[in-house]
Ligand binder design. Structure first.
Ligand code: BES
Ligand code: ZN
Ligand code: ZN
Length: 476
């Protein structure tokens, strides 16, 4: 795991990143006379960055004007990804960041560190394949210690979330996922209670049980809680995550190849929940947060639930299953119903829920829908720009709920293909009676190709967003 550290003086020949405001540039003391001339010429030529390599020392000059806004921060994160690639190609172990702008230093460090992620667990030759870079040094006494500490925590939480998503079903089933939550709880300091199949049956969580019918592995329902004594909130913030460890579609089988290949990522929502709780607990934020994860695979077998079946969910609502591939909303419904008894301040659910969300906005953003107040929505949007995890809000119109009408049960689990991310959300809304936000992360949770500081595979999307949102709530 890469570490970000504050140092007072850089080592000779250490690779360095120098962030310069081109508008205010006169001379940088950290650069030689010749280098200062190069910088001046580059500013005249309106270059965005310059890479100097004297064989021994690498110097990345990044031009950035008042990097305070979210656009500037994102430019720096992206520049960080490029710096990371060159450093690893050149087998560098450390890099120093020089700037008097604390926010800029943190943004570029974040970009470098997020880009440095690798998932090598199943590779035989880990040593040979491992990135050389292990440490980022910020050479600026003005960057608050707490900010560096929180950055390290959020980086670690994002790595954890990515690892969980990248781990295949062969190594991470519903029971193993709950075990991972327990390990994380122990390490970070939050409690984890796991309901096993008998408890889930006794509680009549009929949605989770129905989806699990075709599976060889029992379902789990994990309840994670971080409740510090100094919590600023009386009512908890509740995070719910879809924990489908593999989605074949069930009897409504997904076509292969393609659509099934990456369905190990269908527990991405649960990785957001666990990653966020980890970060909140590690940072000891004074905020009461509860995480709920219903987990199973969506397999097919002799006992599988079938299209046309009527099932009774935890809430007592009956559902006509018209497509067994729309399983996420069924298990989430049980968790959302459970959340009612927690008297929550706000419930946020995260789920790789619909292909429709991906068709609507690609993997550039998360589709979001919800009933929280305009004020809470604004805070969520502010956080989304701060961490550059963009959101697109869709409307919760009644017409989309009408699509779910059933002749034989209270509702069906299948709306129209068009706007399917909305009918899925309308299904979920039925099980809420509190301020609620739904995040459909089917697009951005998993990259089929690397994108700047988000590598191929699990991206960890949602963790940085929720940590930013909750830390602002905790400091109010
Ligand atoms: N897990 C999928 C959604 C998904 C699609 C996740 C692409 C990640 C990438 C979900 O369970 C699903 O199969 N949804 C169906 C719902 C439909 C049958 C109403 C879909 O979107 O096709
Ligand atoms: Zn599905
Ligand atoms: Zn699914």
């Amino acid at each position: 795991m890469i570490k970000v550290k504050s140092i007072t003086k850089l080592n000779d020949s250490q690779s360095r990143v120098v962030i310069i405001n081109p508008k205010a540039f006169k001379k940088a003391d950290s650069l030689t006379t010749a280098e200062n001339t190069i910088v001046k010429d580059a500013i005249k030529a309106e270059k965005k960055q310059v890479f100097l390599n004297d064989g021994n020392q690498h110097t990345f000059i990044i031009f950035s004007e008042s990097p305070t806004g979210w656009e500037k921060a994102e430019l720096l994160r992206k520049a960080g990804a490029k710096v990371c690639a060159v450093l690893n190609e050149n087998k560098r172990e450390t890099v120093a960041i020089l700037t008097d702008d604390a926010k800029a230093a943190l943004a570029i460090a974040e970009g470098i560190a997020l880009a440095n992620y690798q998932f090598l667990k199943h590779k035989s030759d880990k040593k040979k394949l491992s990135n050389s870079l292990t440490e980022i040094n910020i050479v600026n006494a003005k960057v608050p210690k707490k900010d560096i500490n929180n950055l390290n925590i959020i980086l670690q939480a994002t790595y954890i979330s990515r690892d969980l998503v990248n781990e295949p079903f062969s190594h991470l089933n519903s029971v193993q996922l709950a075990e991972e939550f327990k390990k994380l709880g122990k390490e970070a300091g939050f409690s984890v209670e796991v309901w096993n199949e008998a408890k889930i049956e006794a509680q009549k969580m009929g949605g989770l049980l129905a989806v699990n019918q075709g599976s060889k592995i029992p379902p789990t329902f994990s309840i994670m809680e971080y409740k510090p004594k100094n919590a600023v909130n009386k009512k908890p913030y509740v995070l719910v995550g879809k924990g489908v460890v593999y989605d074949t579609g069930g009897l409504s089988l997904k076509p292969t190849p393609n659509s099934m290949d990456y369905m190990k990522c269908d527990m991405g929502g649960s990785a957001v929940v666990a990653g966020t709780l980890y970060a909140v607990a590690k940072a000891e934020l004074p905020i009461h947060v509860i995480g709920l994860v219903p987990s199973t695979d969506n397999w097919l077998g002799e006992n599988s639930y079938a299209p046309g079946d009527v099932i009774t969910l935890y809430s007592g609502t009956t559902v006509e299953v018209l497509n067994t591939d729309a399983e996420g909303r069924i298990i989430l419904a049980d968790a959302l119903h459970y959340a009612k008894k927690l008297n929550p301040e706000l419930v946020c659910d995260f789920a790789t829920l619909t292909g429709a969300a991906v068709r609507a906005i690609g993997n550039y953003a998360t589709a979001v829908l919800g009933t929280a107040s305009d004020e809470v929505k604004q805070d969520i949007f502010d956080s989304s720009y701060a961490v550059f995890e963009r959101l697109v809000e869709f409307p919760l119109w009644q017409e989309y709920a009408d699509e779910l009408k059933s002749e034989v049960a209270d509702m069906t689990n299948l709306g129209k293909g068009e706007g399917g991310q909305i009918s899925a959300a309308k299904f979920l809304q039925h099980f809420t009676d509190y301020p609620w936000m739904h995040f459909d992360i089917a697009g951005p949770a998993f990259n089929l190709a690397p994108d700047a500081y988000k590598p191929k595979g699990g991206t960890g999307v949602g963790v940085r967003l929720m940590f930013d949102f909750l830390s602002k709530k905790a400091s109010k």
